[in-house]
Design a protein around this ligand. Structure first.
Ligand SMILES: [Zn+2]
Length: 223
């Protein structure tokens, strides 16, 4: 069985995936103990405050680890009008030209730090169908939510699966052979963040799965 673990919303802010953060220690421990790998979904200019181009050392900290993949998770992540669609940046965008501009700016941030992500997840899971093609052509795979994708067909490889690291009951098997865990690095509004409680729960889940299956940890691009 293959196991993937993705983590959303990392950016260069203390508590959101920086060296020294407790959450980051937990990821390191899971890699040391079990060989866990992680795919990190990163907005390249989170909330108009954390452009990757000004934080190359932060990107390099993660690129140094061969058990981590960095993937794209939008530009600002949030909407221009917070009262409209909250954090669903690519759901608010409603013209192809605007989408082209935003994705270009998004990828420019990555280019300045010398890394081009091959994976994408929509911020807030949603995308305006009108602009799907603009995003689709820039990536090799998209990580999607079974319901929130609303039946959109992507040319990029479509990856589904979002079992929380905090789940204690049943876990799904995707594509007959893969466990797909999804989480957030932090945020009071999410219940699947890398808190101590969730780390300990997830560690138990992995120990249980190891007692039942032979596991191979993969990043999403390795699937
Ligand atoms: Zn997000």
């Amino acid at each position: 069985m293959e196991v993937t673990i993705s983590i959303d919303d990392l950016h260069p802010e203390k508590g959101w995936g920086c060296e020294g953060d407790k959450s980051v220690e937990y990821l390191q421990k899971l890699n040391d103990e079990f060989g866990c790998k992680f795919t990190l979904f990163i907005p390249s200019f989170y909330h108009k405050k954390y452009p990757l181009s000004k934080h190359k050392e932060w990107v390099d900290f993660w690129l140094d680890k061969d058990w981590v993949e960095l993937a794209s998770h939008g530009y600002y992540h949030m909407c221009e009008d917070k009262n409209s669609y909250g954090e669903c940046e690519f759901f608010e965008i409603n013209s192809v030209q605007q989408a082209k501009n935003t994705i270009e700016l998004c990828l420019e941030e990555w280019d300045t730090v010398g890394y081009r992500p091959v994976g994408w997840r929509n911020p807030g899971w949603l995308i305006n169908p009108l602009i799907k093609d603009v995003v689709d052509k820039e990536f090799q795979y998209v990580a999607l939510h079974t319901e929130h994708n609303r039946g959109l067909k992507w040319d990029s490889k479509m990856l589904f699966g979002h079992d929380g690291i905090n789940q204690t009951d049943s876990i799904n098997i995707w594509n007959d052979n893969t466990f797909m865990f999804q989480s957030h690095i932090a945020g009071d509004w999410n219940d699947n963040c890398w808190t101590e409680e969730n780390y300990l729960n997830f560690r138990n889940v992995i120990e249980y799965l190891l007692s039942q299956y032979e596991l191979s940890f993969k990043t999403l691009k390795e699937l």
